[in-house]
Write a protein that binds this ligand. Structure first.
Ligand code: URA
Length: 208
């Protein structure tokens, strides 16, 4: 069994928070084991809970359109959520649930080793940049070590608030260039003032 398959098995058996009691299916995440892009959403919704797969409802359809705009299919990237089980009535995830689930996403990222982590919405943003607001830093990449972090609005936000649609589409279109320029960006930012600290990593961040 591959390390990723073993991890999925562990996640599917997780009972570490109260959501285990109300879920239909665990939604570990899915995608290419060698994905360069790793998208992190918030939490499974109704459709995801039914199918055990991330982003398969309306927000997922929009995410697939966004990926198509940069010539990618969902199978070529990795898609996961901050928490792996649906909160009842799609309420916001609780801090205790996010904390209980943190280890799973950490291990997924360790195994996939993506070049770029794209946070979708405020919960995945807060995992890396707790002091920043999405309105200010969406579409601005930061690099820590070898990984580019790129905050975007959640696709569902664009479905509820039409004016965000063009913003999220424009942010997505910047990804190929950022990916291609990864090495160059690292050199260019070395001299910039550090803006923040990543939780638990203790490394300096640079904005570019
Ligand atoms: N919204 C999310 O954040 N994740 C999903 O998987 C679906 C909708």
């Amino acid at each position: 069994m591959s390390a990723l398959a073993e991890l999925y098995r562990e996640i599917e058996n997780c009972q570490d928070c109260g959501l285990a009691k109300c879920r239909i299916r665990v939604v570990p995440g899915e995608g290419a084991e060698n994905a360069e892009l790793f998208f992190i959403g918030e939490a499974p919704g109704w459709h995801e809970d039914q199918q055990g797969r991330p982003f398969v409802g309306p927000a997922g359809q929009f995410l697939e359109q966004l990926l198509a705009s940069i010539d990618l299919q969902r199978e070529q990237v990795y898609i996961a959520n901050v928490i792996k089980c649906r909160p009842p009535q799609n309420r916001d995830p609780l801090p205790v649930e996010i904390e209980a689930c943190r280890k799973w996403l950490d291990r997924q990222i360790e195994l996939i080793r993506p070049k770029m982590i794209i946070t979708l919405g405020r919960y995945s943003l807060a995992r890396y940049f707790p002091d920043d607001s999405i309105g200010k830093i969406h579409g601005k990449a930061r690099k820590i070590g070898d990984t580019i972090y790129y905050p975007m609005y959640h696709p569902a936000a664009a479905l509820h608030q039409g004016s965000l649609r063009r913003i999220i589409e424009a942010d997505m279109l910047k990804i190929p260039e950022l990916l291609a320029q990864g090495g160059k960006i690292a050199e260019a930012t070395a001299a910039l003032k550090p803006l923040n600290q990543v939780q638990g990593q203790g490394k300096q961040l640079s904005l570019f």
